[in-house]
Design a binder for this molecule. Structure first.
Ligand code: 9UX
Length: 85
């Protein structure tokens, strides 16, 4: 199944860093798309979870010289506020 996951990337300081991270992740089998935003330090990855794991994605980023953290905790914090009157 194709899933989409967000990661927090640490250690990037310029646009070439962004391309290095994107290239490192995109070249892996099972990755459909990896998109890094320098300003927010976030990476959105679309991948086939049968072919590649999130741990392998984190490892690819670390091999490129940066640090990737799963953004799940952050996601859970962003709860839409409804029903406020
Ligand atoms: Mo830019 Mo990044 O000059 O490792 S490529 S800082």
């Amino acid at each position: 199944m194709t899933i989409e996951k967000n990661f927090k990337i640490k250690g990037m300081t310029c646009a070439a860093c962004v391309r290095a991270v994107e290239r490192a992740v995109n070249k892996k089998d099972g990755i459909l798309d990896a998109n890094v935003n320098l300003a927010t330090e976030k990476m959105m990855v679309k991948y086939n979870e049968e072919e590649v794991s999130q741990d392998e994605i984190v490892e690819a980023v670390s091999k490129a010289g940066y640090e990737a953290l799963l953004d799940e905790e952050l996601k859970e914090v962003v709860i839409p506020v409804e029903g406020m009157t």
